[in-house]
Design a binder for this molecule. Structure first.
Ligand code: 48H
Length: 255
């Protein structure tokens, strides 16, 4: 005899109710982070740890961005000594390679960032940010649609999400900055430069900033906006940039 305790319609109702509860709560967020790579996940974690309502939007099925494949699909990543405290915060293990270079497992790093960020922030996958919302010279939110809508080229209008602060953490694409530049002409992107790991790593953290009222940049997007070198599969700069953008937003929203 099959009991009726597990019910298909209850399963569907539970998913629909809980998902739309989360989506509705996110429609007016304090901070929206675009991109679920290392810098975006770290920013989402630290912002929500500080008590801010942080929503992260990722267009792909899986979060983690460029972490998973390490360097050329060798799934290990290097993190320099300055960023080890972020690995410790996320309980990621690492091995010393020399005084300055440490090695972490790419899968463990991606898993830990996603896990810890998901405990605190509102994370969405399969949501593609396709435009910006601007009023009175300030970014006020984002225009979003489900990724399969874009992939299938269906004519379906997007919806909007309001935010007091937006973080462009879309990596090499610098999607939000490029869109803002195209639509307003008020932001100039210098474009990412050649490989120079030391300059790239330092610059990405140093130049993490607010680039337009309400719009902050973190991770590789910083390099795209400020014309900084790339650095390859070393991830300390991404982690520190994510932490720094959370601190900058905190000091701005606290006022
Ligand atoms: C929603 C979007 C959209 C959109 C893109 O590339 P990422 O891992 O970004 P970072 O900056 O946190 O880390 C960069 C690092 O992975 C890397 O590539 C390095 C260090 N490269 C050095 C080198 O020399 O090459 O993640 C960005 C995420 C991705 O998951 C995208 O899918 C997502 O943003 N994304 N999400 N709406 N319009 N555009």
């Amino acid at each position: 005899m099959v009991s009726n305790e597990i019910n298909e319609i209850t399963i569907s109702k539970a998913i629909a109710e809980k998902y739309f509860e989360k989506l509705k709560a996110s429609l007016e967020s304090e901070v929206v982070i675009v991109g679920g790579g290392p810098s975006g996940l770290v920013a989402a974690y630290y912002l929500s740890s500080k008590g801010y309502e942080a929503t992260l939007l990722e267009k792909k099925l899986s979060l983690g961005g460029g972490i998973w494949g390490g360097g050329m699909m060798f799934n290990k990543v290097v993190v320099q000594s300055d960023a080890l405290e972020v690995l410790d915060e996320f309980e990621v293990s690492y091995e010393k390679y020399d005084e300055k270079h440490f090695v972490a497992d790419a899968i463990e790093l991606a898993g830990a960032l996603i896990y810890k960020a998901s405990k605190k922030a509102r994370l969405f996958n399969l949501i593609n940010v396709e435009d910006v919302m601007v009023r009175d010279g300030k970014i006020t939110g984002l225009v979003v649609n489900y990724t399969p809508v874009e992939m299938s080229n269906l004519h379906i209008d997007p919806i909007t999400i309001a935010a007091k602060a937006v973080v462009d953490a879309t990596g090499h694409d610098a999607f939000v900055c490029n869109m803002l530049s195209k639509k307003t002409g008020e932001l100039e992107l210098k474009g990412e430069k050649y490989m120079h790991a030391e300059m790239g790593e330092k610059g990405v953290v140093e130049y993490t900033s607010e680039v337009y009222p309400g719009l902050f940049v973190a991770g590789m997007t910083v390099a795209a906006v400020y014309g900084l070198p790339r650095m390859g599969p070393i991830f300390g700069g991404m982690l520190l940039s994510g932490r720094k953008v959370a601190e900058l937003i905190e000091s701005k929203l606290r006022i």
